[in-house]
Design a protein around this ligand. Structure first.
Ligand code: B12
Ligand code: SF4
Length: 523
């Protein structure tokens, strides 16, 4: 950047959070408050390149400010407050992060309100949802640009293009207007898989940084860290155990292509990239020394791809942080096939305190149809027992309600979940995410439930018409399995690692804590 540049200041906005509320007032999803790693990476690289960056994390900063907008509970700063803050920031460019498809409407509303008071500001949308549905998002007049994919470098390149040092077609993953046409900078790039309105690109072409070690650290210094550490429910699937926690990534992308997953879309087709273990250790050290961090979560799409990498990393963590009392976990789920006893021993020694195993389905044919990592189900019981014998808790992740899944197949998954000697489990209802083969398949075959809306996804509800299970039955099956597990584990707290179950209850979502929302008292 140079001092005479027309575009110098960028305001990055994380929109408010949103969870689905059932008719009886029960919370259908989990309220969360997590440091937004993608925005922190983008901010870090903009700052490194001389740009001035400000953050509004509307979710974290207004975490306790809840309003009921039927059928959702929205939490975060009010729109007026966001507009005021945007005016004060005097940005040249505003970047909106839309990771969750259900947040797109609030984000459009915020952008439209800011547009009224800052008519000339440039607005850029990025994250999972705009990457999956760029044409639809670009239809809104306030959206000047979309950057698809991992925008760590391309956001800097867009700033350079706005300041006339690059041409727009040189910015990878950029969608922009030319008169009435919408141009995609990747239009002439060959893709590996073409979906309906989205494409998977090979590693060399995908709009993602190829060398992760070249990226600066996430710029946590400009984020409201106390808001993340102070919130009651801080993260979804991988509830954190300690107050001062941070998230990092040691790899990005995944060599597998599961039908329901957006990793190949956002991070490239089989575009698994890893950082050097030394770099990862250095970032953890930086986080401990700078922020006094007591817990680290690895947000890698698939942390376990390389056994050797994981084992070496665990050995280095054990050595480097022996006196730091930091605990670790991998909330996105472990690839069970990659785990062996040596790895589990090394993870325990390195202070990993829980293992979330991504099992997904208890039926082999559902596995072959949808789960590219093809979990070897017969290994799971022994694996679970071994992990627990090494003092870590086990929290498997399951999905029910895949297209064509029969009740018998669903029951196999639920039985597997109930019969495993685990501390907790998570059962998601398969959600056809825009930008996935599963989504296109459901649209083509007309098997989405009547009121399905990709812009208003209700993650905890059944979205797909199944052959012999109604929507209501599926949701009841999921809820009952959870309650049974909860009752069982309450009786078994003696077998759960000391303190962890209480901690889990404290930091868990409202539904599990039996809290309902009095929708009358919310506006
Ligand atoms: C960590 C995480 C969470 C955290 C919260 C994350 C957060 N920051 O708020 C927790 C655990 C709470 C969570 C919860 C859920 N999650 Co989640 N989560 C993730 C995960 C594993 C990592 C996100 C991350 O930090 N990535 C690392 C950074 C580097 O990437 P990034 O954030 O995507 O940012 C890059 C790009 O997106 C882009 N970008 C991002 N912002 C911006 C902004 C601009 C201006 C630009 C230009 C670019 C840009 O550039 C960034 C840098 O490379 C992703 C999967 C994944 N691998 O991305 C799923 C993911 C985002 N989650 C998902 C889902 C479905 C959920 C749940 C609904 C699950 C459930 N059934 O309950 C809940 C949400 C509950 C709720 N109440 O809303 C889906 C969302 C899909 C969708 N289209 O909506 C994802 C994609 C996983 C998947 N494929 O299923 N999640
Ligand atoms: S293994 Fe995990 S990250 Fe990889 S494609 Fe499948 S669900 Fe996505």
């Amino acid at each position: 950047m140079s001092a005479t540049d027309a575009f110098q200041k960028i305001l990055l906005i994380n929109p408010p959070g949103k969870i689905f509320v059932r008719q009886d007032g029960g919370i259908g999803e989990r309220k969360h408050c997590t440091p937004p790693l993608g925005l922190a990476y983008i901010a870090g690289n903009l700052i490194k390149n001389g740009y001035d960056v400000e953050i509004i994390d509307a979710l974290a900063e207004g975490y306790s400010n809840e309003r009921y907008i039927k059928p959702f509970l929205v939490y975060g700063l009010d729109i007026n407050e966001i507009v005021e803050r945007a005016l004060d920031a005097k940005p040249d460019v505003i970047g909106f992060s839309v990771l969750f498809s259900n947040r797109i409407w609030e984000t459009h509303e915020i952008a439209a309100a800011i547009r009224k008071v800052l008519p000339d500001v440039t607005m850029v949308f990025g994250g999972q949802h705009p990457t999956a549905m760029p044409d639809q998002v670009m239809k809104r007049p306030h959206v000047d640009f979309i950057i698809a994919g991992e925008a760590d470098q391309s956001m800097v390149d867009l700033m350079e293009a706005l300041n006339d040092r690059l041409e727009k077609p040189q910015v990878k993953g950029l969608f922009y207007r030319d008169g009435n046409s919408i141009i995609n900078s990747m239009e002439n790039v060959a893709s590996s898989v073409d979906g309906n309105g989205w494409k998977y690109y090979e590693r060399k072409d995908a709009p993602v940084p190829s060398e992760l070690d070249d990226l600066p650290y996430p710029a946590w210094e400009i984020f409201p860290m106390d808001a993340y550490w102070g919130s009651h429910v801080r993260i979804g699937g991988g509830d954190v155990m300690r107050e001062r926690f941070l998230v990092i990534m040691s790899t990005r992308g995944c060599p597998n292509v599961c039908t329901f997953c957006t990793s190949p879309l956002l991070s490239g087709y089989k575009a698994y990239r890893r950082r050097g273990n030394k770099e990862v250790i250095a970032e953890i050290r930086h986080n401990i020394d700078t922020y006094n961090i007591q817990e680290i979560q690895f947000l890698d799409d698939n942390f376990f791809v390389s056994k050797k990498r994981v084992k070496d990393l665990c050995k280095m963590i054990t050595k480097e942080f022996a006196n730091d009392n930091v605990i670790f976990s991998v909330p996105a789920g472990a690839e069970a096939n990659a785990m062996d006893e040596e790895m589990i021993d090394l993870m325990a020694a390195a202070n990993f305190h829980k293992v979330m195993i991504a099992i997904e389905a208890g039926d082999d044919s559902v596995q072959s149809e949808h789960v590219d990592k093809k979990v070897k189900l017969d290994r799971i019981p022994a694996l679970v027992d071994y992990i627990r014998s090494r003092g870590m808790t086990v929290h498997p992740l399951f999905m029910i309600g895949f297209p064509d899944e029969t009740k018998a197949q669903i029951n196999k998954t639920l039985e597997l979940a109930m019969n495993l000697n685990v501390d907790d489990f998570f059962i998601s209802v398969a959600t056809p995410l825009p930008g996935t083969p599963m989504y296109d398949d459901c649209v083509e075959r007309g098997i989405l439930v009547g009121d399905f809306d990709p812009d208003n996804l209700r993650f905890s509800l059944a979205n797909i018409e199944l052959p012999d299970t109604t929507k209501e039955e599926l949701e009841t099956l999921r809820r009952e399995a959870w309650l049974k597990m909860k009752a069982r584990n309450n009786r078994q707290t003696g077998t759960v690692k000391k303190g962890s179950f209480k901690e889990f209850e404290k930091s868990s979502d409202f539904e599990r804590a039996g809290i309902t929302v009095d929708t009358k008292n919310l506006q």
